[in-house]
Design a protein around this ligand. Sequence first.
Ligand SMILES: [Zn+2]
Length: 191
Amino acid sequence: MEPMTNHTTPMAHHDYTDLMSLALDDLLSAEEQQRLDQHLAGCLTCRLTWSRWQRIAHVLTVQPFAGPPPAFMLHVDRALQRREQRRERMLAGWLLAGGAFTVWTLIALSAALTGALVLTAWPALRVQVVETLGYAGQFVTLIFQNLAALRDALALLLPNPLILLAVALALLLASGVWVKLVFYSAPARPR
Ligand SMILES: [Zn+2]
């Protein structure tokens, strides 16, 4: 049996759009016309495309539009369809992101709720948690104090133009090394 049968797959839609554009110009053979009719009878997607194309072709042939040739308009229509598909994909992406956000928010909320319930049920545990949080808070405060000290030290040093110059030179040197590494070391040329 040949793999080419008269059974049509969704992959073959674009073959029929070619037949459709020929049909609009009355360029189909009887056999091709029959093939198109058969496919349209069984395929909703192509039937919708075909009716839309017929509408477009009708508008174009009605006076006073003696305008652009149908093939051009069909090309535009296909481009519009592609854009629609892209929009749909984008929308799906947003829905997915929104769904993920909702799910994670729900998980966080239920974790918080469970935590609150557990703390209400065991007051002793509550004291412990509060203590632990207190230690964590002290730790964070310590880090921030150190960061602030570092920032103040830097602020004292920065206005000194000599230090700025030294920093600039160091940066220049670093970028020189970087450029050398990136552009001149990769291809090992034969000598
Ligand atoms: Zn089809």
